[in-house]
Design a protein around this ligand. Structure first.
Ligand SMILES: C[S@@+](CC[C@H](N)C(=O)[O-])C[C@H]1O[C@@H](n2cnc3c(N)ncnc32)[C@H](O)[C@@H]1O
Length: 202
């Protein structure tokens, strides 16, 4: 394996990962922007969310703070360690609601119709066969469940355009909504590249 599909690359990213404003959500204003965005597209809690490619567990903890049960999955041992530490340092209710495990986001071993939400931020672009992964994720949704993706076509040259992402998701979902995310409060700065949210239903 090489590049973004190599857990070793993400292990190397893990120690400094949370220093990006949108990763660690350490700035209360950035955290509030992500809370409002995500709560605006998720069902009411309680609900079961799987966070695929959870990184350091920031979104998993954020959602558990709002009553969601989160199965947080990542293939990078260093990311899993940091996510586990973040959960361990959280309040008792959050600790009860989040599990962190090692696994492949592309094939996370979810039972059919077992979750209300598949959440995946900044990971689909890195998967070798994103269409196959989305098909598996959609199969894990309960009736009425939703896929919530955050992706981008970043100035670094990495990523997926919104158009391509909607096409991939549209292969498995009857409804696909793309919302562009230019708001600097989400990123801690002005951005010029394409960043977006996708909400899809089977
Ligand atoms: C850009 S980070 C995003 C982390 C987190 N979703 C967030 O938004 O803060 C990408 C994460 O996806 C993980 N990842 C990439 N490919 C993966 C795969 N096939 N299975 C599991 N995790 C994967 C990496 O280890 C890394 O933690």
């Amino acid at each position: 394996m090489s590049g973004a599909s190599d857990p070793g690359l993400w292990d190397a990213e893990a120690p400094g990962f949370d220093s990006a404003p949108d990763h660690g959500l350490l700035d209360p204003e950035v955290r509030a922007a992500w809370r409002d965005l995500l709560l605006g597209v998720l069902p009411s809690s309680p609900a079961d969310v799987v966070d695929l490619g959870c990184g350091t567990g920031t979104l998993a903890v954020l959602l558990a703070e709002h009553g969601f049960a989160v199965d947080a999955v990542d293939f990078s041992p260093a990311m899993v360690r940091l996510a586990s530490a973040k959960v361990a340092a959280a309040s008792a209710p959050v600790r009860r609601l989040v599990t962190v495990r090692t696994g492949d986001a592309a094939d996370p071993g979810l039972a059919p119709a077992s979750v209300d939400v598949v959440l995946c931020r900044h990971v689909l672009w890195a998967l070798p066969d994103p269409a196959l992964a989305v098909r598996r994720w959609v199969g894990a949704l309960r009736p009425g469940g939703r896929l919530v993706l955050v992706e981008g076509d970043w100035s670094t040259g990495a990523g997926l355009t919104a158009e391509r992402c909607a096409e991939i998701v549209g292969e498995s979902c009857a409804s696909v909504e793309v919302r562009h995310l230019p708001d600097p409060r989400l990123w801690g700065r002005e951005i010029t590249d394409e960043r977006y949210l996708v909400v899809a239903h089977a």
